[in-house]
Write a protein that binds this ligand. Sequence first.
Ligand SMILES: Cc1ncc(COP(=O)(O)O)c(C=O)c1O
Length: 458
Amino acid sequence: MPSLSPEPWRVKVVEPIRRIGRAAREESLRRAGYNVFGIASEDIYIDLLTDSGTSAMSDSQWAGLMRGDESYAGGRNFYFFEETVRQIFGFPHVIPTHQGRVAENLLFSTVLKPGDIVPNNTHFDTTRANVEVNGGVALDFVIPEGRQARARHPFKGNMDLGRLERCLAENAGRVPLVMLTMTNNSGGGQPVSLENVRGTREVCRRHGVPLLIDACRFAENAWFIREREAGQSGRSVAEIVREVFSLADGCTMSAKKDGLANIGGFLALRDETWVERFKNKLILIEGFPTYGGLAGRDLEAVALGLREVLNEEYLAFRVGQVTAFGEALARIGVPVVEPIGGHAVYIDGRAFAPQLPPEQYPGQALTVALYLEGGIRAVEIGGVMFGKPDPEHPGREILPDLDLVRLAVPRRVYTNTHLEYVADVIGGVHRSPQSLRGIRIVHQAPVLRHFTARFEPI
Ligand SMILES: Cc1ncc(COP(=O)(O)O)c(C=O)c1O
């Protein structure tokens, strides 16, 4: 499974991982109610649950922790952090938060009125939840190709500009802002083109509505623009990032992704209209505006991570590694969402296990099998996560269009050999469909059930 380019680092510290035996994995699954969220991470061999907060920090970031200034107000790390965000994104007002969803909370709890509409290419779950909890309506306008597992389009995260235009025309006064999530996590980690950001900006400008970017994976998105968009290959990633954000009025950010840090986030804005209200709310829920729920040392690690993530050798390796992993799976016949996204490979559970009816949650069945067969933790993004009771057929559920299993690749953590091992295990399960058993839910919470549900193999 050759990646396009080798790792642009060498290893200085190692963290041992272990593969417990099959009987122990069976017992661990049984105790967790066949829900991989309930398994202790020590019992996981390769953990592909998420790319969020799981990055390996560099020696420079670890050294930065020692420079933490833990003053309550005006700590030096904040000024370095603020200057970094201003330089990279071009927004003068920078509000630190301890993770991305707090930036969303500040934004939507301040600017939304009940009944307001927020269009997005695709809302990530925390974004949608923050819109809805504040009485808003979250609408997803990703282009049609973005909803199809196999449609080949270089920018499947693009906003459908026609639908956005109609929405703004029909709901004048009810749309306080438009969002664009890049890359589009809930839609397979697919990028948004620069041309589409320009188009979205133009529609927003005509209707006088601000555009905010969910910037979690801004560097990976810019890398795709450079690689795939006509006329962009000669530009630096930093330049592309500057142009993308020059088209927006602000951004929310979880630094647990392209901040290469284990915690952190921010809200950044061009205009000061909302800033005072955001800061007042920040003081209430996070802390003083020069630390925003973070230690000074964390601000330092995030600032350094934001600078490091723009390194093009790093991005070539990073995106190349995820692509090579996905292509290795596709080559052995595993049905994956294509083209491969920036931070994860997504397997189409229903195509992987056509022998299982959708009501038996094929994605969850595969997730369980991957742990049992190889100690690998993935996450189901399908019927378990999004299924809802069907009001017309008691006892049945309305299931989502896709039943996916996401294999998220943490940044700078696993080698290609680790991912070859994962591909081998998946190949083995694919060749022996009898190793997959349908799943039934035996216990579930009323909201966000996938985190705590308990299951039984059928
Ligand atoms: C696109 C997107 N937006 C927002 C968030 C929320 O960030 P956090 O987990 O830091 O609250 C995530 C996290 O996975 C995400 O992927």
